[in-house]
Write a protein that binds this ligand. Structure first.
Ligand code: NAP
Length: 475
């Protein structure tokens, strides 16, 4: 237990670190391994390694970086089982979902390697013959800060485009889930120039130390709204660039008359992804009042039949919440809902066993403006909210700080009309949470700034550089 399970990667070398921290298995509540707790000096070495490597990495031909990204994909493919097991042990999700996460991450490297940032010529509109080119150049050192819910995939969606564009990276995973990212760093090391990708893990002081480091040029952050605010503040004094992928409180609006019983299974599944710990999970459902009971009954029946358990058990549908603190905040949220008139139809309290298990929970009859409607629960809870007219559902869907995703379900023309009125980064029609490597994804308002994924995500890791060449007669 006291042995460090995975090392940091700094300047191409494995680093055990002078200090370590325990990593808990959320299915047992027991610490099962140690991870390095990066010191200030080790962090400085990691950022300096990224800075020193930057000119060489950025100076490689684009095709060399493409080859290296494909090598990363192959290296990850060769370690799928080992890394997936670490994800389940530290994060909690069912092992088959962890396997899918690592396989998708390898594929993400391959798909990203197919992209390139354009160079463009801008015609001289003054009638002169200046030669103006607009290139997309890298920022330099990227600090990639990731959350606990998809530790490997959410790291790769940053690392792959950042590296392809010519940046170097310092990755800092969540202290709840450091091992899979650390192991990935070790596995990818041989595929990359030493120092191009550095991976550090540590306690709460590490994130601010990284965002405040003077050699960091861009912070690519995924996590909660409140941490996003801190990151933006830390970036401000030196005008570091930021990409912020923050929380969501995605609404799902079912149009009147839709077959709610037929859709219940899909709504349940798209809400319960990773025990609800998915930014773009369905987090609240709006249904016509005369169909509310039918939907509540169908969802409650699905909730009662789901198997909650250790992600290492193949029978498990829904794993634990990743941290004890989060479990406690979820209990508090449900209690607030009940105090505001909410009816817990099924679930509603942690399971009486070791680990951080919260069962799938259906809540109806919520009072106006309860926190369960306005906040991001990030848990296996579906609040079912009845509406009397679709406009009021749209108003409530738009009425929170969050604006990540949302969905409308019903006949397409009608649904598109409602979709146009939803204020969020992505609106789905007759589906939800369909994220793709080649489709940009990002939030508005408190759900973040900038996008990730595909060509548009790649551009975030570049900055525009204009070269304007005046044509003069030879003297
Ligand atoms: P979190 O608590 O905000 O932590 C995210 C990361 O930020 C962790 O590595 C954390 O490390 C670090 N951090 C905390 N304070 C920091 C600071 N002051 N400066 C720099 N880094 C700091 O988020 P989480 O609970 O892991 O993840 C859940 C949230 O992420 C949810 O809101 C979810 O919706 C959101 N999310 C969004 C997307 C998206 O694409 N929009 C995707 C996935 C998840 P420490 O623990 O050491 O503080």
């Amino acid at each position: 237990m006291t042995e460090v399970a995975s090392m940091m990667t700094i300047g191409g070398k494995p680093v055990e670190g002078i200090d370590s921290m325990p990593v808990e298995n959320p299915a047992t509540g027991e610490n099962f391994a140690e991870a390095p707790a990066c010191s200030a000096a080790e962090l400085d070495r990691a950022v300096c390694a990224a800075r020193d490597t930057f000119p060489r990495w950025a100076g490689l031909p684009h095709q060399q970086r493409v080859t290296d990204l494909v090598d990363c994909a192959n290296a990850l493919d060769a370690s799928v089982e080992e890394i997936a097991k670490l994800i389940t042990l530290e994060q909690g999700k069912p092992l088959r979902e962890s396997l899918a996460e690592v396989r998708l991450s390898a594929e993400w490297f391959r798909k990203t390697a197919e992209l390139s940032a354009p160079s463009e010529e801008i015609p001289d509109s003054t009638g002169g013959n200046s030669r103006i080119t607009m290139d997309r150049v890298p920022h330099g050192v990227v600090a990639a800060i990731t959350p606990a819910n998809f530790p490997v995939l959410l790291a790769v969606v940053k690392i792959a485009p950042a590296l392809l564009a010519g940046n170097t990276v310092v990755l800092k995973p969540s202290p709840s889930t450091p091992l899979s990212s650390l192991r990935m760093g070790e596995v990818l090391n041989d595929a990359l120039l030493p120092g191009a990708l550095n991976v550090v893990s540590g306690r709460a002081e590490l994130g601010p130390a990284l965002t405040g480091h003077p050699y960091v040029n861009l912070i690519s952050f995924t996590g909660s709204m409140h941490t996003g605010q801190r990151v933006a503040r830390a970036a401000a004094p030196e005008f570091k660039r930021v990409v912020l992928e923050l929380g969501g409180n995605d609404a799902c609006i079912l149009l009147p008359g839709i077959d709610v019983a037929g859709l219940a299974e899909e709504i349940f599944r798209r809400s319960m992804v990773n025990a609800g710990q998915f930014c773009a999970a369905i987090k609240r459902v709006y249904v016509a009042r005369d169909q509310e009971q039918e939907l509540v009954d169908a969802l409650a029946s699905l909730a009662r039949s789901a198997t909650v358990g250790d992600g290492m058990d193949p029978a498990t549908d829904i794993g634990p919440l990743t941290t004890r603190e989060h479990l406690e905040s979820v209990v508090e949220l449900v209690s607030d809902a009940v105090n505001n008139g909410g009816r817990v139809v099924t679930g509603g309290a942690p399971l009486d066993r070791p680990g951080h298990f919260f069962p799938p929970t259906i809540v109806s009859e919520l009072g106006a403006s309860t926190r369960l409607e306005g906040a991001e629960q990030f848990a296996p809870i579906i609040p079912v909210l009845a509406y009397d007219d679709v406009s009021s559902a749209v108003k409530r869907a738009n009425g929170t700080h969050y604006a990540l995703g949302g969905s409308v379900w019903g006949p397409e023309a009608e649904a598109l009309d409602v979709a146009a009125r939803l204020d969020c980064g992505t609106v789905w029609v007759n589906t939800h949470g369909d994220l793709r490597h080649d489709v940009p994804f990002g939030g508005r308002r408190a759900s973040g700034m900038g996008v990730e994924y595909g060509y548009w995500g790649l551009l975030e890791y570049t900055q525009i550089k204009v070269t304007n060449v005046a044509q003069r007669p030879a003297s």
